[in-house]
Design a protein around this ligand. Structure first.
Ligand SMILES: *Cc1c(COP(=O)(O)O)cnc(C)c1O
Length: 356
């Protein structure tokens, strides 16, 4: 029996993506070749890359709006430095919102390139909320934020209205909810949370943003070079990109972001209702900021840990322990996690209440 997979990343993908990916490893597009052994310049793979790039823009509602979608390497973590390299002017500065470990890592990398202002931080409260009411200096080259804080279970429900470019790390909630994506000038995400397996990194960038820093940028770190090469400046991550395409197709067939958003809201509502109701559990994130993707919670009586752990494991649940910086539990409810899996967890939480 397949596990109820709550892993924070890499994580669950749609079952049909696993099946079609497995088929493509054996025989891709009836070519009698595996997708693992074909050239990235072959007609069949060029078509995969083109469709994946186009589908990203279509699903985000960004077609024909001056954006380019790229599949790069190095994870979201390499974007932490590619963003300032490509957007921070020589002698310029950038503004960052510090909402968690990943935001903090992005800040560390930006400091290599110039003045990096942290406009607000929730670090003192162990990142249990999203700071609000901050001001962003008008002369910053861009504002950087993290839409969903995978480790701390918080999610930005709104974004500041600014007259400067907005850059967002959407690694753990891209394609999960409707937003006006055209408010963002650059979006990036490691594939391995809502889009595909590890190994590909999505970057969606407004082309007019680029080429203005006065810096010389090494080729592999230069978004303009990757755009010019149609995301094939070097050998792309062929298989992760193919599996990402399958996930994007799955999402489109489901009805796109508006359809998955409804399901995600229902899943989060079901679990948070139980966390709030059940006296044995408490959430760690401020209610108005809590994430629909990663729900973080603790036992109110830690002595029940062994019993609870035994119970959820027996129910076929996997990947529930929290990140070490929060403790407790983290239920990652990415797009592909079915409602039934959330019901199984809620049933176990209720069974614990009866058992102790
Ligand atoms: C997982 C994650 C990262 C790190 O991604 P890598 O692809 O491993 O570099 C960065 N930001 C957020 C929000 C994440 O969830």
């Amino acid at each position: 029996m397949k596990k109820h997979n709550y892993s924070a990343g890499p994580c669950i993908l749609p079952q049909e993506v696993f099946e079609k990916s497995a088929q493509a490893i054996l025989n891709f597009n009836n070519s009698d070749l595996s997708i693992l052994e074909i050239s990235h310049r072959s007609k069949d793979f060029v078509a995969v890359m083109e469709e994946a790039r186009a589908l990203v823009l279509e699903l985000l509602g960004l077609e024909g709006k001056g954006y380019q979608a790229l599949f790069l390497h190095g994870g979201a973590s390499l974007e932490f430095l590619m963003v300032p390299y490509n957007l921070m002017k020589v002698d310029g500065k950038a503004a960052y919102l510090d909402t968690g470990t990943w935001a903090n890592n992005a800040i560390k990398e930006a400091k290599h390139f110039g003045e990096t202002l942290v406009v607000a931080s929730s670090k003192e409260q162990n990142y249990n909320h999203i700071p609000k009411g901050y001001t962003v200096p008008a002369d910053a080259n861009y504002f950087h934020c993290t839409s969903n804080n995978t480790i701390f279970g918080t999610q930005m429900k709104s974004f500041p209205e600014l007259d400067l470019p907005i850059v967002c790390d959407m690694s753990s909630d891209i394609f999960s909810r409707s937003l006006d994506f055209s408010k963002f000038d650059l979006i990036y995400a490691g594939a391995q949370k809502n889009m595909g397996p590890a190994g590909a990194t999505l970057v969606v960038v407004k082309e007019t943003l680029l080429g203005k820093t006065g810096r010389t940028i090494p080729s592999m770190l230069d978004y303009e070079k990757h755009i010019k090469a149609e995301s094939m400046y070097n050998t792309p991550a062929v298989f992760p990109i193919y599996a990402s395409l399958l996930t994007l197709q799955w999402l489109k067939n489901l009805g796109g972001i508006p359809a998955i958003e409804k399901i995600n809201e229902a899943k989060a509502h079901l679990l948070y209702t139980e966390i709030d109701r059940n006296p044995l559990f408490k959430g760690t994130a401020a209610i108005e900021d809590r994430s629909n993707m990663n729900a973080t919670f603790l036992l109110t009586h830690p002595e029940h840990q062994e019993t609870f752990d035994t119970m959820w494991k027996a129910a076929g649940i996997s990947g529930l322990p929290g990140h070490r910086s929060v403790g407790g539990y983290r239920a990652s409810m990415y797009n592909a996690l079915p409602m039934e899996s959330v019901q199984v967890l809620v049933d176990v939480m209720q069974a614990l209440e009866k058992a102790v």
